[in-house]
Ligand binder design. Structure first.
Ligand SMILES: [Zn+2]
Length: 172
């Protein structure tokens, strides 16, 4: 849980040296694309969480933002919608070689969908200590009882990702 300890929490300030962090720095561009999705969610009263799926060549092949309020769908989470769009783009359900990038730690449903999609890697921003299933309350993504375990990188632009949520809930 060293990663969680290092998470900067809901602060806007970038953690010192994040731009030079060799693990996280390569993912700040894709995380900005996920943040671009997240900022659009509040227009429909939805919690600002956004996600993108990158294909094996690094291009964006799926996008999603939380649309539970917009569509009245309890499963309308950013990750599920991004995975669906990516699968349509690829033409099959297996997303081997792909990376899911999401602004908030996935919940149990999304972590389950991620495992089923067989993406190679999950990159997330803010930790969700109340419902996270990628290291916080559960660690579905790295559960050794499952037959697919993606690489997990957390804490990319965590301050910005958490700040969006903090502002949203403060404004309600
Ligand atoms: Zn979810």
């Amino acid at each position: 849980m060293n990663e969680a300890v290092r998470d900067p929490g809901p602060s806007r300030a970038a953690p010192a040296g994040e731009e030079h962090d060799p693990v996280r720095a390569p993912w700040t561009g894709p995380m900005r694309a996920a943040l671009d999705e997240a900022v659009r969610a509040p227009a429909t009263g939805d919690v600002p969480v956004g996600a993108v799926v990158l294909g094996p060549d690094g291009s964006v092949i799926g996008r999603g933002r939380n649309e539970r309020e917009a569509t009245g769908d309890p499963t309308g989470h950013a990750e599920v919608l991004a995975l669906r769009e990516a699968a349509r783009a690829v033409g099959e359900w297996r997303l081997a070689g792909c990376t899911l990038v999401v602004t908030l730690e996935p919940c149990t449903m999304c972590a389950g969908a991620i495992v089923l999609s067989r993406v190679d890697r999950v990159v997330y921003g803010a930790v969700d200590e109340k419902a996270g299933a990628a290291g916080s309350l559960w660690d579905v993504l790295r559960d050794r009882r499952l037959n697919h375990r993606p690489e997990v990188i957390q804490g990319v632009l965590a301050g910005e990702c958490a700040g969006l949520l903090t502002d949203f809930f403060r404004g309600r």
